[in-house]
Design a protein around this ligand. Structure first.
Ligand code: SAH
Ligand code: MG
Length: 211
């Protein structure tokens, strides 16, 4: 891949709607490259697509390493994305049914980036998809719902699918309760107490590797 392709994808990611600060996005890219070097043509999955911002950072690495990134979301937003909450965006409401729908924006983001052969959308509830998904994962990125039950369900359903030597990345991990909600931090601690070890941290992103 030429460096101009990287630059193109980073610029598109920077401009995409979403919740991934650039330094953490670039860390996703770097650790994606590392996962791809360990296992080229591997299978990756992110929980929490939203409008495709993190998918572009990870997708840039996946494309270079001939990997595939499944990007999973029901596309109706988390609690904090709904009307009246902190991260509500009225432009993402479907006028037909009045519900939030990020799928059209996600599709445009991935298509504009010409990543449609690398980033594959999975539309549905995380736990339902997990129950019917048996492919081992070389990289798993958890950035879905941050409520207690949802975050724990994501961790319990998906982290066992990570292969030995594979990476588990978790977003919005805040040690200090003043900085953010507890559940992502709790599942990060649980991962460390099971068979994952710390590899790196950037902002609220934590990177772990399965022993
Ligand atoms: N990674 C994104 C941000 C994700 S926001 C970025 O880079 O901008 C969290 C997303 O998780 C929301 O789009 C929401 O719809 C999704 N989500 C929350 N709970 C979910 C569940 N149980 N199953 C599938 N998706 C879920
Ligand atoms: Mg996040």
């Amino acid at each position: 891949m030429t460096s101009s392709r990287r630059e193109q994808l980073f610029a598109l990611a920077d401009n995409a709607k979403g919740f991934m600060p650039q330094p953490e996005g670039l860390a996703l890219f770097e650790h994606g490259l590392a996962a791809g070097q360990r296992h080229p043509a591997g299978t990756w999955l992110e929980i929490g697509s939203w409008c495709g911002k993190s998918a572009l950072y990870l997708g840039a690495a996946a494309e270079e390493m001939s990997c595939v990134l499944y990007s999973l979301d029901h596309h109706h937003g988390s609690e904090e994305n709904q009307a009246g909450w902190e991260h509500f965006d009225a432009s993402l409401v479907d006028p037909v049914d009045g519900r939030l729908n990020t799928l059209p924006t996600w599709q445009r983001t991935v298509a504009n980036a010409e990543l449609e052969s690398t980033v594959i959308g999975l539309v549905g509830f995380s736990t339902v998809v997990a129950t019917h998904f048996s492919q081992p994962l070389d990289l798993l990125f958890i950035d879905g719902g941050h409520g207690h039950d949802v975050a724990w369900a994501d961790y319990q359903h998906w982290s066992p699918k990570v292969v030995a030597g594979g990476l588990l990345l978790i977003h919005d991990v805040f040690e200090d309760p003043h900085d953010g909600g507890r559940p992502p931090y709790e599942i990060y601690l649980a991962a460390r107490e099971s068979d994952f070890r710390d590899v790196a941290a950037k902002g609220s992103l934590r990177v772990l590797e399965r022993r």
